[in-house]
Each structure stands twice: as structure tokens, then as C-alpha cells.
Ligand binder design. Structure first.
Ligand SMILES: [Ca+2]
Ligand SMILES: [Ca+2]
Length: 514
């Protein structure tokens, strides 16, 4: 090869670098990772060979049944403003530099932390990426870049579902599964639970050991602690009745319970031994679970203002004034619940009058509030859960004797006459049938129904000039919409609302508490 040819080749290669720069790529790093349940892992988004980058937007998809998004940390590529938005199975991150600096080279764009919530494999996929320079020109980037897989531990024994909420009295089934086991011949598993919440009823053999290639049947023996009549632990011994073993993942057995009382119980794997054909112990990681049995209440109230003598009007609903999120987050309610419904929900549930707030209280002090829920009031007076039809459930509330306290935007706080014994079996309480259903007989008769007083707009427990002033103020602005001063719920604040409040003022109406 001549010297001239070598020089030509060198010039050509240098031109290639100038005119065919290296491909810009965004890489999920590492591309594969294995972690145990409940552990966290960090995934980096590494950017290679970018030129004059000013802003970036990246969406990452994952399987929310396996991993959940925890948070993100900005990298060294774009150090400026960060906006992120995540749904149940995606995270979108927008980055840009504040001072119009541009980045050229390679580096970490950002890091995302995930936590493992379920066994299985989740892709971590870049679904959409947009890179721009400071003239808002798009920069080409290779987007078919890879994924990261997150799996559970090699061998595990786990309760499924990990957590479940039971909203009505009845039966509860718990599966005990083994994951990624090799040559399993026998298993002994002890499950513990709170027998005041769940009563053991039965057990059924799983399919995993029975799937042995020889078709041998499976021995199963149960031991109850402290006794068989009311156990809070069940030890289950299983073995293949022959010279065979199974490999893989599957169901060992299913435990069936009946709900006893509302509350929460762990479903604990207290002890376990997995053995192969040679009686060697197979090590595995146990993952326990829990069951929450809700306290359930079927209650009925009628609001004086929106009640026309037959039903309550649903004008706020039909005019699309009802908010999608519960409206009691601000003062004076300061309720932090996250109750919400999707757009379009109310048009499918046209019998909903309004959001209402229900407290279960053991006494009158603020500290006696045992549970609180925002729910829906139907035009017939029924208070229902967020599906628009079920009676109201209070997950995590232990069975007990509680006052039922009804609160609503412009309604006088009203208490049940007595405490009610509430539990997982639904208790009905109808305020509308008699004045004596409310503490202090504090209701008003209208159209044959006992109604909660309307007009405590400022929620100070008294219907008076303070409330009248607020209504008058909104009336003077000809306000239409979702307002606490609209006592009849027709979507406008006017003299009808004034008259309603004035009438209750003249009756000197105030809250009655035990
Ligand atoms: Ca008031
Ligand atoms: Ca009105």
C-alpha cells in the first residue's frame, strides 16, 4: 500500500466522522436485572453520542403488577428543569436546560427507581422519546433500544393475593404458591392469621405436587393450633406418594376462611420446609400477605334543600357540576381521602345527587373519629360507595359501636341517635323514618320524610346570619355552578336558597351532638 493511499484513507475516515457522526442512542441500563420482591432497583437511561441537546421527553412503560415507580433523579446530560408525570404503568419525564446550554456527548439522562411488587417479568420499555436542540429542532435518536426485566427471587413461597380487601361478609380464599422450585417432593407450611377477623373453614389441595410426571397422588395432613375449633394457625403437610418430584411454579394449597369481624389480619407464613426426594432442604424466600375485612354500612338520609317531597333533585349532576374528586379536602372538613371517579362517571349514574361525607365516631372529640369516607348520595337517599350502587365500606375499620355522623357541604352536621354495632355484615340505618333516628331529634319533616337541615353554609354548627350573608353574597353575583350556598341544588344561587336558610334561622337550628 502506498503512502498516498494511506493518506487518502485517513482523510476519508476523518470525513466519515464529520459527515456520518455516531448514532445517537438512548439505552436502558442495565438491560437485565433480577431482584427479590419488595426490593428496589435503579434503572439508568443512558444517552450516547448526542449533539446540541437542549430538551428531552421520554416515556417509559412497565408492568405495574410486577414493579411500581418510586422516583427519578436527574442525570448529567440535562441539569435544568424537570417535569415528570406517572400513571399506573408509565412514567413520562420532560427535561430541559434553564439557560439554553446545549449538551454534546454521552452521559446519564436520568435514573428511575422501581420497587418489585409482584412475581414475574416486567419489560421496561422506552415507548416515546423526543430530543430537541435550543432552536426546537428535533434530534434523531435510535428508539428501539431495549428493556430491563425484573423478576422475583429464584425460589419463593408466597401468599396470593398479597393483600385483599373484602367489602362484604362472606368467604375469603388464600392461595399458597411456590415459585421457581426444583425437584420438590414434599412441603410443610404453617400459616398464621387473626381468628377474630377470619375463621378457618377448609383447605383444598393444589395442583402443583399432583402434576408429578408419574401421576402419584398427594398426601395432605392438617394440624391446627391452638385447637381445631378456633385455630389461628394451620400447618399443612404435603408429600408426593411415590418416587417423584416436581419443578417449576404452582399452587400448593388453597385456604378458605369466613369473615368473622371487620379489621385487618396478616396471612403469615410462620414456618415452612421444602424437601426434595433425598430429603435435602430446598431454600426459598417466604412472602406473607394480609386480608382487610371492611366495616359495612347501608345508610339513608334526605337533604332538606334538594328534596322536592318525593326525591332529591339531581340538577348538579345533569348540569355536569359535580366534581370528579371528593370536595371535602379543604377547610372546614380537611378530609384527605383520595375518593374520585373517572370522567363520564356521573352521566352513567344520573341518580347521584352529590358527594357526602360520613364519619364513624366512638364519641364527640375529634380524636374519636374512627373512620371517614366521602361517598355518594342518591336521589332516593341511599348513601353508596364509589361504584354508585354498593353500600358503603370502611376498609381497615375494626368492628365496634360507633355513631354515624353525616356531613355535607351546606347541611347541618347530624348524628345517629345512638351508637350502632357495626361490623363486616352490613348494618342498615335509615335517618328518614323518624325524627328520633337523629341525635336530639334534630331533623325536619318534609313530604313525610325526616330530612337533614340545609343552610349551615359555613359549617359552624349553627344556621344564622353568617350563612345568610354568604348566600346573599353569591346571590348578588348571580353565581351558577357547584356552590355550598346553593341549598336546593339547582345550580344557581338565588332567593329560593336565601328563603330556605332564613326559615331555618328563624327556627334557631343548631347542631345536636351527644
Ligand atoms: Ca352556620
Ligand atoms: Ca339554588
Amino acid at each position: 500500500m502506498t503512502k498516498q493511499l494511506l493518506i487518502c484513507l485517513a482523510i476519508f475516515l476523518s470525513l466519515c466522522n464529520d459527515y456520518f457522526p455516531a448514532q445517537t442512542r438512548l439505552l436502558v441500563t442495565p438491560s437485565f436485572k433480577q431482584i427479590a420482591l419488595t426490593n428496589q432497583t435503579v434503572v439508568q437511561l443512558n444517552l450516547e453520542n448526542v449533539v446540541n441537546l437542549y430538551a428531552a421527553s421520554v416515556t417509559i412503560l412497565y408492568d405495574q403488577n410486577v414493579v411500581n415507580y418510586v422516583g427519578m433523579v436527574n442525570g448529567n446530560v440535562l441539569s435544568g428543569l424537570v417535569f415528570s408525570n406517572h400513571t399506573s404503568n408509565s412514567i413520562t419525564i420532560d427535561l430541559s436546560n434553564v439557560n439554553l446550554n446545549q449538551f454534546t456527548g454521552s452521559g446519564v439522562m436520568f435514573s428511575v427507581t422501581f420497587t418489585a411488587v409482584g412475581l414475574g417479568t416486567s419489560p421496561v420499555t422506552i415507548s416515546d422519546v423526543k430530543l430537541r436542540d435550543n432552536n426546537n429542532n428535533p434530534l434523531p435518536v435510535d428508539t428501539s433500544l431495549g428493556s430491563i426485566n425484573v423478576t422475583g427471587p429464584t425460589t419463593s413461597l408466597f401468599v396470593s393475593p398479597v393483600s385483599q380487601i373484602v367489602n362484604s361478609a362472606g368467604t375469603v380464599s388464600i392461595q399458597i404458591l411456590v415459585n421457581n422450585v426444583s425437584n420438590l417432593h414434599s412441603a410443610s407450611v404453617t400459616i398464621g392469621f387473626d381468628s377474630t377477623i377470619l375463621r378457618y373453614s377448609s383447605i383444598s389441595n393444589g395442583t402443583f405436587l399432583q402434576s408429578n410426571s408419574m401421576g402419584y397422588s398427594v398426601f395432605m395432613y392438617k394440624t391446627f393450633y391452638p385447637n381445631s375449633a378456633s385455630p389461628n394457625q394451620v400447618k399443612v403437610d404435603q408429600a408426593i406418594l411415590g418416587n417423584a418430584s416436581v419443578t417449576g411454579s404452582g399452587l400448593l394449597f388453597t385456604l378458605n376462611f369466613t369473615t368473622n369481624h371487620s379489621g385487618q389480619t396478616p396471612i403469615s407464613i410462620i414456618d415452612f420446609v421444602l424437601l426434595d426426594l433425598n430429603s435435602n432442604v430446598i431454600s426459598a424466600s417466604p412472602f406473607s400477605g394480609s386480608v382487610t375485612v371492611s366495616t359495612n354500612l347501608s345508610s339513608r338520609v334526605i337533604l332538606q334543600g334538594p328534596f322536592n317531597g318525593t326525591i332529591m333533585n339531581t340538577t348538579l349532576n345533569s348540569l355536569s357540576y359535580l366534581p370528579l374528586n371528593q370536595p371535602y379536602s379543604g377547610a372546614p372538613w380537611n378530609y384527605s381521602g383520595s375518593e374520585s371517579v373517572p370522567a363520564g362517571f356521573f352521566s352513567l349514574h344520573s341518580n347521584i345527587v352529590d358527594w357526602i361525607l360520613i364519619e364513624l365516631r366512638s364519641g364527640t372529640s375529634v380524636g374519636s373519629i374512627v373512620s371517614k369516607r366521602a361517598a355518594f348520595l342518591l336521589n332516593n337517599g341511599n348513601i353508596v360507595d364509589l361504584d354508585g350502587s354498593s353500600s358503603l365500606s370502611f376498609p381497615g375499620t375494626v368492628a365496634g359501636n360507633y355513631y354515624i355522623v353525616i356531613r355535607h357541604r351546606f347541611t347541618l352536621e347530624t348524628w345517629s341517635a345512638n351508637t350502632q354495632a357495626l361490623d363486616c355484615a352490613t348494618v342498615s340505618y335509615d335517618f328518614t323514618t323518624s325524627a328520633t333516628q337523629a341525635y336530639g331529634n334534630n331533623m325536619v319533616l318534609k313530604g313525610g320524610k325526616y330530612c337533614l337541615y340545609s343552610g349551615d353554609v359555613n359549617q359552624d354548627g349553627l344556621i344564622d346570619t353568617g350563612d345568610l350573608g354568604l348566600i346573599d353574597n353569591d346571590y348578588s353575583k348571580y353565581l351558577g355552578g357547584y356552590f355550598g350556598t346553593d341549598l336546593d341544588g339547582d345550580g344557581i344561587v338565588d332567593s329560593g336558597d336565601m328563603g330556605q336558610c332564613d326559615n331555618n334561622y328563624s327556627l334557631y337550628v343548631f347542631v345536636a351532638r351527644p
